[in-house]
Design a protein around this ligand. Sequence first.
Ligand code: HEM
Length: 180
Amino acid sequence: MTARHDFTTQALHWLVAVAIALAYGLALWRDELPKGDFRNVVTGLHMSAGVLVLALSAVRIAWRPFSRALPPVDGSPLMQALAKAGHLALYVAMLAVPVVGMLMVWAKGRPVPFFGLSIPAPFAIGSGLAKPLEEVHEVTANFMMIMAGLHAAAAIGHQVLLKDGTLARMVPFGRRAEQA
Ligand code: HEM
C-alpha cells in the first residue's frame, strides 16, 4: 500500500496552511495597530495573503480528482465521519472566508489588492452590505482557525499517540504506518 499523498497534494496542503497562518496573523496584528499608513500596509498584505489562500485552495480542489487516492486513516466509523466533515468544513471555509473578505472590500467601494495588482469589483455591491460582510468575514475566519487547530491536533495526536503515521502521509519524510 502507498502510504503517502503525492507531492503536489503535499505541497499545496502546506502552501495553503502557510498562507492561512499568514493571513490570520496579519489580521490579528492589524487589529492591534493605530489607524494610519502602516496599518494600511498591513491590511494590504492581509488581503493579498487572503487572495493567495483562495487561489491556492482553488488549485488544490481542482487537483483532487488527479491526486493519489489513499484509504481513510484507521478509526471507528464515527471518527472517520467526523474527520470527513471537518475536512469538508475546512475546504468550504478556505473558499468562503476570502470570498467574503473580497466582497466586503468591494462593498466599501475599494479594489482588492494582490501583491501590487488591483482587482476591481466584477459587479456592483451595495455599500450597506459592507458591515454585515465584515461580521461574517470575522466570524467565519475564527471558525476556520478553530477547525484548523482541531485538524492539526488530530493529525499530531494520530502520529504521536496512536503512532499510525497519519502526519507522515502529508510529508515526504518521516515514519509511515508500516514502519511505526
Ligand atoms: C484565509 C483568508 C483570510 C483570513 C483567515 C482572514 C481573517 C480575518 C480576520 C480574523 C479579521 C478580523 C481582524 C480583527 O480582529 O479585526 C479580518 C479582517 C479583515 N479582512 Fe480578512 N481574512 C482572510 C482573507 C481576506 C481577504 C481575501 C480579504 C480581502 C481581499 C480580507 C480583508 C479583510 C479586511 C479589509 C479586514 C478588516 C475589516 C475591518 O475593517 O475591521 N481578508 N480578516
